[in-house]
Design a protein around this ligand. Structure first.
Ligand SMILES: [Ca+2]
Length: 197
């Protein structure tokens, strides 16, 4: 009987372990195999207030594995400018609670750059920006994280519900200089991930 109880306890422990593992993060893009489908949208090359120059895989910095996406940008200062990268892919994130990525700018880069996610959602391809942004710390990885749960207030002018979560069509990451700072150089993006509920 004691053996049975012990077996039951062991089984329960293993089961619990599996449950905990399920709550972990799931890496979507780590750029270990190139750009993995990420690109700069054509319109962003045509708009003068968009200042990304080129993107490529890099092994200079990584927050997951050994490689990341390097985006070169030239923020001139004096007005709003943004640098953007995008993946066009369908995602159903009904079973996930948040979306995150890590962004690195070199130690010699200025303070003041800010980053956020933008999603394209649903049949009408609605452009949905985050309602807040994350200040990038020179010389450090900064995690940009957005709540995906129903009722989330992380997204502008949209009701986050299961319809929103299950029909994501594009994910964009945008780094912005709002008049300040001036910066010409690389921005490294890695470890785009979602966390299970
Ligand atoms: Ca990586």
């Amino acid at each position: 009987m004691k053996k049975l109880a012990l077996l039951a306890l062991l089984t329960a422990t293993v089961f619990l372990g599996v449950m905990v593992a399920h709550a972990e993060e799931e890496v979507l893009f780590s750029f270990e195999n190139g750009l993995e489908g990420w690109d700069v949208p054509d319109w962003a090359y045509e708009k003068p207030d968009h200042v990304q120059k080129e993107i490529k895989p890099s092994d200079k910095f990584a927050s997951n594995g050994t490689k990341s996406l390097e985006m070169m940008a030239e923020f001139p200062g004096g007005s709003w400018t943004g640098a953007i990268v995008e993946i066009q892919q369908f995602f159903d994130w009904t079973n996930y609670k948040d979306l995150a990525t890590d962004i690195y700018i070199p130690a010699e880069a200025p303070k003041g750059l800010k980053a956020k996610f933008i999603l394209t959602v649903g049949d009408d391809w609605k452009w949905v920006e985050m309602s807040r942004d994350f200040a990038l710390e020179p010389g450090k990885w900064t995690t940009v994280r957005a709540d995906l749960l129903p009722g989330s207030i992380d997204w502008k002018r949209v009701q986050v519900d299961d319809n929103f979560r299950k029909d994501i069509r594009k994910v964009d990451i945008r780094v912005v200089s709002n008049s300040q700072p001036v910066y010409s150089g690389p921005i490294y993006i890695d470890n785009v991930r979602v966390t299970k509920k």
